[in-house]
Design a protein around this ligand. Structure first.
Ligand code: SF4
Length: 327
């Protein structure tokens, strides 16, 4: 069986930065270390940090006063930052810079009096954080049907702008954006694309390669928006796709008659999970690996400034004897 490995796949620059932030913070402040929401949407990443003593919370009320709290790659609303400040927490912001960019756009347009349409999934951590920057100005648009229900009329269109969640399917987003533009031709669009480079590139790779395969495996967690989108893109291209957290979730019935399988991974899925699946398929089906490069990536984000400041002020780290390795 042919095993096509999609490139790019797996960790993006934002996820790398967020995971390294938790690693570094563990060295500097030790445990307990609090992280608001899953640092990235991947079960294996979260479980492995839990084993190291990281406590994941869904409310700042769960974080004791004077503790250190990290905000996840998906970003948080100002309300969350204020709540952490009120508890005198040390805050480390691991929000992906590409999510922060959308927050900045929201703040700027809201200040200029615009009403904002956010194309995205209500309830997703990123959407909750972005809307929190200007709650009175935002309407969330999840589908073309939602566009019809918007309360704005033709006269309001000059004061409307749309933004998008960073991890949407480009195709789905375009269908919704087209519906928005049809109803409000005068709407302002963001200065640059909000769907991020990593989401775009992983989708391009699957779209280019799915037709070569009889089956697509997407490695990622069920709550990872960009991973779910990869399965949808494959299905839309006519190739069955399954989203699996790891090798244990594979059902070998899927492989009946399969001569070629495409494997990709969402932006928050570690590469070792892909390797374990590949190893199993090589052993079971005499798989032959073909790395297919569709887009090359060379993006890197610096660690958060708040972490660098903490590291500089660190007096020997968690152990207090200089053995923490942070300096
Ligand atoms: S998927 Fe995109 S927006 Fe999300 S963390 Fe990665 S680079 Fe940032």
């Amino acid at each position: 069986m042919k095993i096509i490995l999609a490139n790019p796949r797996g960790f993006c620059a934002g996820v790398n930065m967020a995971i390294e932030t938790v690693d570094e913070a563990l060295k500097i402040v030790g445990t307990p270390l609090y992280v608001y929401h899953e640092i990235v949407h991947n079960r294996h990443v979260v479980e492995s940090f839990k084993k190291e003593g990281v406590v994941f919370v869904d409310s700042i009320e769960e974080v004791p006063s004077d503790s250190t709290v990290i905000f996840s790659a998906h970003g948080v609303s100002p309300e969350v930052r204020e709540a952490a400040k009120a508890r005198n927490c040390t805050m480390i912001d691991a929000t992906c810079p590409l999510v922060t960019k959308v927050h900045m756009e929201a703040i700027r347009y809201a200040k200029q009096g615009y009403k904002l349409l956010l194309v995205g999934h209500a309830g997703h951590d990123e959407v909750v954080g972005t809307v929190g920057e200007a709650p009175d100005a935002f309407s969330i648009v999840e589908s073309p049907d939602d566009v019809e229900k918007l309360p704005f009329g033709e006269d309001d269109q000059d004061q409307l702008v749309y933004l998008t969640q960073t991890t949407l399917s480009m195709d789905d987003a375009n269908v919704i954006i087209d519906a928005i533009k049809r109803r409000y031709p005068g709407i302002k669009q963001p200065p640059s694309e909000d769907i991020c480079y990593a989401t775009t590139n992983r989708q391009l790779a699957v779209r280019a390669l799915a037709e070569e395969a009889n089956l697509v495996l997407v490695v990622g967690s069920k709550n990872s928006s960009n991973s779910v989108r990869l399965t949808e893109i494959s299905e839309n291209a006519g190739t069955s796709a399954y989203l699996v957290d790891d090798v244990s979730e594979i059902d070998h019935v899927w492989f009946d008659g399969v001569k070629s399988v495409l494997i990709t991974a969402g932006a928050s899925a570690p590469e070792h999970l892909v390797e374990e699946i590949v190893k199993e398929l090589i052993e079971k089906y005499e798989g032959v690996v073909d790395e297919s490069h569709i887009v090359e990536e060379d993006v890197h984000f610096n660690l958060p400034r708040s972490l660098r400041v903490l590291r500089e002020s660190c007096n020997g780290g968690a152990s207090g004897n200089g053995s923490c390795g942070c300096g």
